[in-house]
Design a protein around this ligand. Structure first.
Ligand SMILES: [Zn+2]
Length: 351
């Protein structure tokens, strides 16, 4: 690969590994701020992939996914260029917050502008230094605060290349998500860059299954893009992904203390009891009942609920039974208890 790669005013040669620190507006305490970007360039030319995490500053699984990804020995054999940004919203991470200090959501502020709000400026910088330098992207998210998501890929599955990458990631649930106004995905689509959004786990927590599946998913996509060598399959069967037909939320019918009966990945039927809400003053116990047949792909983790709050996110599929089987296999495969299933791609779990 002969091309030099220019980022944040630095020129990077092929066969190199560099940590770039992109300068950001400083804190009002005079503390300088930087966005770290790891750039790995292979010997040979190939796609330019960005992997970003913590665009929402309290969503940390992706930061750990990137840390593990960068340590994989197979990265030495990579072709093309990987731009890994473990923390995009540095301000939010400092504050344990989804938002920026100006209370804006970065993922509603793309493509941004260099004259706009703090969020708009950070979005603009990310577009200029990262997205415009890349041919593909993966953005890593978790559920919001006190909410967990079953590992899932959200992407524009109507686009052939995006759909191929989504299928290759290796999680059982794919959601054909419409582009949201101001999201990174929408801005990347404007640049013609196929992009996946990986949603897994909960804000402010590390979730081992989500992290392992994320590391594996990114290397699967890199193999599909020919950035990593394809491994001769000594492994078990690849898990087939399923596209959800639609999804809906089941909400609290009353305020009170909430206990879950069913959790993430459970197959539920319409009319089935998903949880119970009890009044702390000893009032009547209310049942939370599923309104659809499907799989729980998101749920609340806090036992305090107000009437109308979203408690369960349920996805519908053509064949719910088959999907439920795959979800179970998936969860077992990436579970820390199942040590025999840890491939050489993974570091030992953190104890
Ligand atoms: Zn997010």
């Amino acid at each position: 690969m002969s091309d030099d790669f220019l980022i944040a005013g630095q020129t990077l040669k092929p066969n190199s590994r560099t940590l770039i620190e992109v300068p950001l507006p400083p804190l009002y305490t005079h503390a300088p701020m930087k966005m770290p970007v790891h750039v790995i360039r292979g010997k040979k030319d190939g796609p330019k992939l960005f992997v970003s995490a913590a665009i929402h500053g309290d969503e940390l699984n992706g930061t750990e996914i990137i840390r593990r990804l960068l340590k994989l020995p197979v990265m030495k054999r990579m072709r093309g260029t990987l731009l890994a940004v473990p923390i995009v919203n540095v301000y939010g991470v400092i504050n344990h917050s989804r938002y920026l200090p100006d209370r804006r959501d970065l993922n509603r502020s793309f493509p941004g502008s260099d004259k706009g709000s703090l969020a708009a400026r950070l979005a603009h910088l990310f577009m200029k230094e990262i997205v415009s330098n890349c041919s593909h992207g993966i953005d890593l998210h978790t559920g919001a605060i006190h909410r967990s998501n079953l590992p899932q890929i959200r992407a524009n599955l109507d686009d052939d290349e995006t759909s191929m990458l989504a299928q290759s990631f290796g999680v059982p649930v794919l959601i054909n998500a419409n582009l949201r106004d101001g999201s990174l995905r929408e801005a990347a689509a404007e640049y013609g860059i196929p992009m996946l959004l990986y949603e897994a786990g909960e804000a402010l927590r590390f979730h081992e299954v989500s992290i392992r599946a994320g590391v594996k998913g990114i290397t699967n996509v890199m193999r599909a893009l020919n950035m990593l060598p394809v491994v001769k399959s000594r492994r078990r069967k690849k898990l087939e992904p399923f596209v959800a037909r639609s999804s809906s939320w089941v909400r609290a019918s009353a305020s009170g203390l909430f206990r879950k009966v069913n959790g993430l990945g459970a197959r539920v039927k319409r009319g089935e009891v998903l949880g119970l809400i009890d009044d702390p003053f000893g009032g009547e116990e209310m049942e939370v009942v599923s309104t659809v047949n499907g799989i729980i792909i998101g749920c609340t983790e806090i036992p305090l609920v107000h009437e109308g709050e979203a408690l369960f996110h349920i996805a519908r599929f053509e064949d719910v039974k088959v999907v439920a089987g795959h979800v179970e296999t998936f969860q077992t495969r990436y579970s820390p208890e199942d040590e025999v299933n840890i491939s050489s791609d993974f570091e030992p779990p953190i104890v």
